[in-house]
Design a binder for this molecule. Structure first.
Ligand SMILES: [Zn+2]
Length: 556
């Protein structure tokens, strides 16, 4: 089967499960456009510093397999920062390691194991405070521990996070269960019995500074192992060899692969800066669980502002639509809406991660600004994994300015459940009426509309000063640099996560002018599982918070 055939089949399976016309076709939000006018000078927001704290960011890869996939991936993730030492050309020595504070070791072949004296690596971390990421194999061998290759048969293997350690486990919490396997079949759906993983038999060893951070949910073996030294040095050992899928991607985090989508996250955290806000979601919650989670903000201790949870009225299926409201109700108002399209379900978690960050109080001055958030505008669509509400209406067309003339993009006829059915009348739907009420609230400064598609993320919008939107796009791109590697759908090779299009960017459509900043974005999503939720929630929060901070500063 070709890669393209596989994609079609994988998406076909997902689409038939959820009744979607197409997972690939996602609609952007309405973005009124007009000619660009004269703009007052804006306040340029300062770039948020990357939390990379290593004194020297260069990385030395030590391997028996030069230019292996992981080395190529690292070169994409950290451009111009990766050197490589081929163990066949000589041993590692303290002098060789001396310039480096970040090391990556990978022995792929057991017969090459004698080429690496792991004690030299460990001594370097202990003496210099270096951060080391090692494959389980040579770590086990260099620690007199048993290394095992395991067959999980048709079970998609998971690890369980058993200890939190900053920064390595950032994005994950104790108890999280994360897909972690190699798939050596050429098809991932349905399971065909070719899942495998690697583990080490070990426990914690406080005297050696060793702690197991994650274990197999099947066999209990150690999967993420950390060793810390008083110098600040850290060794993080995990499976660096197993590709996600031997056939499809050989090792890079491909958007549809559950197995080791998180592969570079612990390493990226240790090397600096990958996960800033994101949170793994162990499973997709039910609508009822989500509503409870949203309600819980009203009673959480330690928040920077009191949160009102307001029932905005029933959805088209009768489920309450809840808003979270906090800050100065008289102040300039930010509004954030997500999951207008139900199969773009992951954004509800990105929005809630954003709310959590806002309620720490250091992004917006909550004594001045007001925040209104509707995390789940389309509960029916979320529940059933479809784009529409319970009446078969595309809520992102129901309020189109040119509703009278809008014809629909894809289908021959215009009736409920076609891809983008606009509804029987403009604003006919209860969800749309809630949105219309939001538009009537006072002092609106910014409206953020969060969407998802299965390709690279994009952002668009309009506002009183289009230059602010351009600057926001540039800042988001800068903030995302050297954090995530991802391969979208038909991509022949992975690339860094970045906004691929934003207002003012060369080639992008110009942003329009409107009295309120109206921003929409497409996160990466509509995926069949939770495997990408750290990245998805991190990206959502990065976009939301950068936009809110930048727009707040622009009106100061
Ligand atoms: Zn959408």
């Amino acid at each position: 089967m070709t890669r393209r055939e596989f994609l079609r089949r994988a998406f076909g399976v997902a689409a038939s499960l959820s009744g979607l016309p197409s997972l690939l076709a996602a609609g952007g939000a309405e973005s009124p456009r007009s000619s660009k006018g004269d703009s007052p000078p804006m306040t340029v927001p300062a770039l948020s510093p990357q939390p990379a704290d290593a004194p020297d960011p260069r990385i030395l890869v030590v391997s028996d397999s030069p230019d292996y996939y992981s080395t190529r991936d690292l070169r994409l993730l950290y451009p111009d920062l990766v050197d490589e030492h081929d163990l066949h050309k000589g041993p590692v020595t303290p002098a060789l390691l001396a310039p480096y504070r970040r090391l990556w070791t990978l022995i792929r072949r057991a017969e090459d194991a004698h080429l690496l004296d792991y004690q030299v690596i460990r001594d370097h971390a202990r003496r210099t405070g270096a951060r080391v990421v090692s494959h389980l194999f040579e770590y086990a061998r260099g620690s007199d521990l048993e290394f095992r290759f395991r067959n999980a048969a048709s079970t998609r293997h998971k690890l369980r996070v058993v200890a939190a350690s900053d920064p390595c486990t950032r994005g994950f919490s104790v108890g999280d269960e994360v897909y972690w396997y190699r798939n050596s079949s050429d098809i991932d759906e349905p399971p065909v019995g070719h899942y495998a993983y690697r583990e080490v038999v070990c426990g914690d060893d406080p005297a050696a500074g060793r702690r197991v951070l994650a274990r197999s949910t099947i066999t209990g073996g150690a999967m993420w192992i950390e060793e810390r030294f008083p110098s600040g040095g850290v060794i993080l050992a995990y499976d660096l060899f197993s590709p996600l899928s031997l056939v499809h991607t050989q090792g890079d985090p491909w958007i549809l692969d559950r197995g080791t989508f998180a592969k570079y996250l612990p390493a990226g955290n240790l090397f600096g800066g990958t996960v800033r806000y994101g949170r793994y979601q162990t499973r997709k919650l039910s609508v009822e669980e989500l509503l409870d989670l949203i309600r819980s903000f009203a009673t959480r201790p330690g928040l920077a502002a009191k949160v009102e949870v307001r029932d905005e009225g029933p959805s088209s299926e009768g489920t309450p639509i809840l808003s979270l409201r906090f800050g100065n109700d008289q102040g300039p108002r930010f509004q954030l809406v997500s999951v207008k399209h139900g199969m773009e379900w992951e954004n509800v978690y990105g929005t809630l991660v954003t709310v959590q960050a806002l309620l720490k109080g250091d992004v917006l001055d909550l004594e001045r600004f007001c925040v209104v958030v509707i995390p789940l505008l389309n509960p029916f669509g979320y529940r059933h994994g479809c784009r529409h509400n319970a009446n078969g209406v595309d809520l992102n067309r129901n309020l189109y300015r040119n509703w009278d003339r809008f014809r629909g993009w894809t289908d021959e006829i215009s009736e409920p459940w076609i891809f983008d059915y606009k509804g029987p009348a403009r604003g006919s739907e209860p969800e749309s009426q809630i949105e219309l009420r939001l538009r009537d609230e006072p002092n609106r400064l910014c409206y953020l509309d969060a969407h998802m598609m299965a390709g690279a993320p994009i952002l668009g919008g309009s506002g009183p000063n289009p230059d602010v939107l351009t600057r926001l796009g540039q800042q988001i791109v800068a903030n995302l640099k050297n954090r995530y590697l991802i391969r979208y759908l038909d991509d022949p090779s992975p690339r860094q996560l970045a906004l691929e299009s934003y207002p003012g960017q060369p080639g992008a459509e110009p942003s329009g002018q409107s009295p309120v900043y109206s921003i929409w974005y497409e996160n990466i999503g509509q995926l069949p599982d939770v495997h990408a939720t750290v990245l998805q929630t991190d990206l959502a929060a990065e976009i939301n918070l950068t936009a809110m901070r930048g727009i707040a500063e622009s009106v100061t």
